[in-house]
Design a protein around this ligand. Structure first.
Ligand code: GLU
Length: 514
């Protein structure tokens, strides 16, 4: 493909429920590949399987892509020159191709009832075939246009007997294609079954619709999950039989996203156990009302979410780990996508979120944190809130974490680290802090440096060490040992609040030591 503008890729989810992160990762890789090459990224909704259709799933897919900043150049919600972009609305385009295949002898009508199909499976199982298939052998014994005469076939059709159209897999042939990620893939046709292409409900199956649409939409590269690799030889055969071989897209099958222990695909159940989402956004099943959590609602920034997905299967071959979307576009290539399954690492995911939080400006972060602050707090001076953000941003793991872990910026600590108090609180420290209170009440100036110096002078005088005083001060002000530099916290709280908290602590601590 020399003309780069001809790069056209599609993300083709089926609206059968919430979009798994594996799906978003596929969308991301398609998008990055398209944008890196100045191409077009298309969203196509594959909704031919009416039995699996779930209300709201398409909306969820679109909202997910919009949230993380994957913009569609064409799609059901934005239009385009190759529409419609929902397969259910393209229904009329498929039948002619299925009939065409029958006419050319590459497909056939099959009239078998569910009972007859079941009987075939039972019979083959009885003969020791572990997974019976409708294939180049069994089709000889079934009710189809290969075993029936032309007249019989015509009569059945004219009588309105339900039928499907199946591909006629050739015997003893080899199907080969070059996958961008996996190199040459070879399949033997004898191992492939005669998949249904067109169903009795007048709808194509995934295989036919997918190939016809990719052809009609002039798709140049099919980038999709590894779970579709077994379907690829059938698709290659269809391109050949439909006479579209020279327009066949290049295939790239991206690796699965695995559980942290590498044992199997990451499922919703695994996510629940690990306390991480496996979906981009919250989802509630319209019938069962079962809920699933999303990265967005769990406090992951869209930047972190994309960065996490980027590294589940791809790496730049350098030390660089933190990526913004424009940098991803710049560096991405399919050649650097690995073959092996990508293990989901929970700690790494959290780390990415922290890194992306840290590089945001205090102003931007405040906007992200505001939804989690109550009205009284929101009315505090902007300068105070920005300083709060600055002091917390080194440690916070999500926008909600700022307030969750930093409530003490806005009121007395809700609890104190009792273990630490038991270790550090004694008569000497009590005397020290009482004297500090005396000094504070008479000092006019109060800022981080001045307070620190004041404390040090007093420590010298009373012959006390940092380790005896600082942890106690920290707990007095915040209740916990984790937190921002204590003198800066003190400066932001202001002298009155610091005095009030020290007093409160002196009264409360003895009761906490048993
Ligand atoms: N509809 C398929 C899916 O749900 C698309 C597979 C493909 O990209 O060919 O993933």
């Amino acid at each position: 493909m020399s003309d780069k503008n001809k790069i056209r890729v599609r993300f083709a989810p089926s609206p059968t429920g919430p979009l798994h992160i594996g799906g978003v990762r596929t969308a991301l890789y398609n998008y990055l590949f398209a944008k890196h090459n100045g191409g077009t990224f298309i969203l196509r909704i594959e909704d031919t399987d009416q039995t699996r259709y779930i209300e709201g799933a398409e909306k969820y897919i679109i909202e997910s892509l919009e949230w993380c900043g994957i913009k569609c150049d064409e799609g059901p919600h934005v239009g385009g020159n190759y529409g419609p972009y929902r397969q259910s609305e393209r229904k009329d385009t498929y039948r002619v191709h299925a009939e065409n295949l029958v006419a050319k002898g590459h497909a056939y009508y099959a009239f078998d009832t569910p009972e007859e199909l079941e009987a075939m499976r039972e019979r083959l199982k009885g003969q020791g075939v572990p997974s019976p298939q409708y294939n180049h052998l069994s089709r000889e014994y079934m009710r189809n246009s290969l075993t029936l005469s032309a007249d019989e076939t015509q009569k059945l059709i004219a009588d309105g007997t339900p039928y499907v159209i199946r591909i006629k897999m050739p015997r003893n042939e080899e199907v080969k294609f070059e996958d961008v990620i996996r190199s040459w893939i070879v399949f033997q046709t004898n191992q492939l079954d005669d998949k249904v292409l067109y169903k009795s409900d007048g709808m194509p199956t995934y295989h036919l619709a997918n190939v016809v649409d990719d052809y009609n939409m002039e798709i140049s590269h099919v980038i999709r999950g590894e779970e579709w690799l077994p379907s690829a030889p059938l698709h290659v055969m269809l391109y050949k039989y439909l006479g579209w071989e020279d327009k066949m897209p290049r295939f790239a099958h991206v690796p699965l996203i695995l559980r942290p222990d590498g044992k199997g695909k990451l499922s919703k159940r695994d996510g629940d156990k690990l306390g991480v989402p496996v979906f981009p956004l919250d989802w509630e099943d319209p019938t069962s009302k079962e809920k699933a959590m999303g990265f967005r609602e769990q406090g992951y920034l869209k930047e972190s979410f994309l960065n996490i997905l980027l590294f589940l299967g791809w790496n730049p071959g350098t030390e660089k780990e933190i990526y913004q979307l424009d940098e991803m576009i710049q560096d991405f290539s399919l050649e650097r996508v690995g073959k092996a399954g990508a293990k989901f690492d929970v700690d790494k995911a959290k780390w990415f979120n922290q890194q992306h939080l840290k590089i945001k400006s205090n102003e931007d972060l405040l906007e992200l944190v505001k939804p989690y602050l109550n009205d009284t707090i929101k009315q505090k001076p902007e300068q105070f809130l920005l300083k709060f953000i600055e002091l917390m941003k080194e440690r916070a793991t999500s926008p909600q974490d700022f307030y969750e872990s930093g409530k003490y910026f806005f009121g007395l600590p809700e609890s104190y680290d009792e273990k630490m108090i038991a270790k550090k609180w004694n008569d000497k420290t009590e005397v020290f802090f009482k004297e500090l209170l005396d000094q504070l009440s008479s000092s006019a100036m109060f800022d981080a440096t001045q307070f620190e110096n004041q404390l040090k002078v007093l420590m010298d005088k009373q012959q006390m060490k940092m380790g005896e005083v600082l942890p106690v001060l920290r707990i007095m002000l915040s209740g916990t040992m984790q937190g921002p530099p204590v003198f800066e916290l003190a400066e932001l709280l202001g002298k009155e609040v610091v005095e009030e908290r020290i007093k409160h602590a002196i009264v409360s601590f003895p009761a906490l030591i048993n």
